[in-house]
Design a binder for this molecule. Sequence first.
Ligand code: ATP
Length: 459
Amino acid sequence: MTSLDAIVSLSKRRGFVFSGSEIYGGLANSWDFGPVGVELKHNIKSLWWKMFVHGRDDIVGIDASIMMNAKVWEASGHVANFSDPMVECKVCHERFRVDHFFPNKEFMAMEDDYLEQQRRLKEEIPCPSCQNREWDVPKKFNLLFPVYLGAAEGSKNRTYLRGETAQAMFVDFPLVQTVTAKSLPFGIAQIGKAFRNEVTPGNFIFRTREFEQMEIEYFFPEPKEEREWQKVFEYWRQEMYRWFHAVGIDTSKVHEIEIPDGERAHYSKRTIDFEFEFPFGQKELYGLAYRTNFDLRNHQTMSGKSMIYKDSETGEEYIPHVVEPTWGVERTALAVLCSAYHEEERNGQKRVVLRFKPYLAPYKVAVFPLLRNKPEIVEKAKTVYAMIKNYVHAVWDDRGNIGKRYFSQDEIGTPWCVTIDYETLENNTVTIRDRDTTEQERIAIDDLPSYVLSHLAVS
Ligand code: ATP
């Protein structure tokens, strides 16, 4: 099993992810994606958009504001329900999630009884940080980040940074349906930032207070029988696996967890969490929920605007139901990094290699002049570099020896390294070395773009 330390240190060393505001000592649990990390993240999002928006006719995208009318969050239930049970240690003042200390069932039995929670904590649970059992009374802590618009602070001009991207798809549903004239079933997709004032952020980029989501609200006719919504749900469960394969997440480490009655989010009639074996334990990677028409119904009540859909063929009128698959971008990046990370021995030498799917790799091609002090080789290499950059994102490297350059590109997952040598000057061929097999072949410069592009099809 790859250790989290190995991933964190590689991420920092090579510029995937480093801690935010570092020159000021950082800001706890904020992370910045560096030059190669941003490419990986961008490629993950593009793949998702390609698969679920461009790749099909029944889903369209939107890009909504992060700040929405506060009423959105009242109608959605987030103001009342979007909270974590939290307890503070009176000695060291560290805060913890109460539900993380007890098995699910036991916690659910005392969910609304804070004094009982305190009693059990004092009896059974020493503070993980200072080992005392001086627990305060637990309380619920709302995860929405309030923001105040304009100069004055007060409830009148208060709204929230969005806690999920999903609400915009509900609020915008009537407009999107009108402008696209789509008939049900159809979905609305969005990628964007969400914010949660998490009580226990941590585990690198796994749980942060600011993160990105990729979400789809897939609207379908009001089900007359259970099996109608179950069919839509099952379809999206399968789509999750299409995604796992395309993005290169090791499915032997993915586990479906059916969330039982009483433990689901307030809006859900069925939820499956897709958990992944991260180095720090098996944790939620994605979710799939049947949100019924809870959100559209509540927005209709709160706003007074109709959310009713009229079927043009049957003339039936109803508020559509929705299945929601949801993906975290950072958790995807982490699961992809964990799945791609390999340490291996080649010819007596240890190498670290990120076996990304080629279309996810930050750079597709690295171009090397065999020798940096031979002007004719450097000159030729520059023309090859300029040419290949017209097709794919590429990087130049003329430092150290070729072996070191290969090693360096393997660590960031570059699928192909192209070397320009003396033979290139004679016959316009280059060597191309494969990241995974480390094998090299000679090909004509003219064939380089088609060679690379033909290996970039999504698989
Ligand atoms: P958790 O139980 O881990 O708090 P959740 O069930 O609250 O997650 P959802 O509300 O279902 O998460 O959010 C959808 C997706 O957004 C998650 O599956 C995850 O990929 C991502 N996500 C949620 N919270 C965070 C966070 N704090 N940091 C990074 N990604 C997150």
